[in-house]
Design a protein around this ligand. Structure first.
Ligand SMILES: O=C[C@H](O)COP(=O)(O)O
Length: 250
């Protein structure tokens, strides 16, 4: 039985002071022993958030990483830096990074390999645009994204990855995929993992849905057999995140 994983992606929100206040507000709300809860926060918020979640069950995550070990890469953050700061999960391949920062599948593959080398738990995002959905190529596109991202990754390492399915048209738009659409793609992702690594890894790997998930739609989405959690943007910045973590009680 896969454990659910509900992660907040705070994106470029929250100054260190605000981050500390948010983590403090959320502290009494995010308790659910059945769920892995992760806060993926901007680099500059890692230390203040770490201080607040110390001694709780909340896991610390980052929103990005660079794939080189160290050196003249102004503005970048290495895996060793994140490891030393206590980060456990790292988001890679988010559509915002692909679109605004021109991250290619090749870059995402390098990041995935580097994170696994350093024993992180990567959260690998994938998802189609509206044009791709309307053209009927959603699953072909995602299958390609996954095959490229997982190049060179061993089966035992693959199981450590969480895959986040995020339809681009649903991110921050208030337009959630229907439960059937989300489950269909998450099942397709599991089938792709099975093609790549076999049934045992496909059954083990966790797949999240992300895209306008909120306290109103999370219970239904999380009840689906292939949706093992959520990657939450907007709603992770509010007390609502606590309700999502306790989705069974909604
Ligand atoms: O990483 C999170 C997603 O991009 C979803 O963002 P959202 O919940 O604001 O739509």
């Amino acid at each position: 039985m896969r454990r659910k994983i509900i992660a907040g992606n705070w994106k470029m929100n929250m100054t260190p002071t605000e981050a500390k206040a948010l983590a403090t507000t959320l502290a009494p709300l995010v308790k659910n022993p059945e769920v892995d809860v992760v806060y993926c926060v901007p680099f500059i918020d890692i230390f203040p958030v770490k201080e607040v979640i110390a001694g709780t069950a909340v896991h610390l995550g980052a929103e990005n990483v660079y794939f080189e070990e160290k050196g003249a890469f102004t503005g970048e953050t290495s895996p060793a830096m994140l490891k030393d700061a206590g980060v456990e999960y790292v988001i890679i391949g988010h559509s915002e990074r692909r679109e605004y920062f021109h991250e290619t599948d090749e870059i995402i593959n390098k990041k995935l390999l580097k994170l696994l080398e350093h024993q992180f738990k990567p959260i690998l995002c994938c998802g189609e645009s509206l044009a791709q959905r309307e053209a009927g190529v959603t699953m072909d596109f995602i299958r390609m994204q996954l095959k490229l991202a997982f190049q060179g990754v061993s089966a035992s390492d693959a199981a450590k990855v969480t895959i986040a399915y995020e339809p681009i048209w649903a991110i921050g738009t208030g337009k959630t995929a229907t439960v059937a659409q989300a489950e269909e793609v998450c099942r397709g992702i599991r089938e792709t993992v099975k093609e790549l690594y076999g049934e045992a890894i496909a059954e083990e790997i966790r797949i999240q849905y992300g895209g306008s998930m909120n306290e109103k739609n999370c219970k239904e989405l999380l009840a689906e057999p292939d949706i093992d959690g959520g990657l939450i943007g907007g709603a992770s910045l509010k007390p609502e995140f606590g309700h999502i973590v306790n989705y069974k009680a909604l």
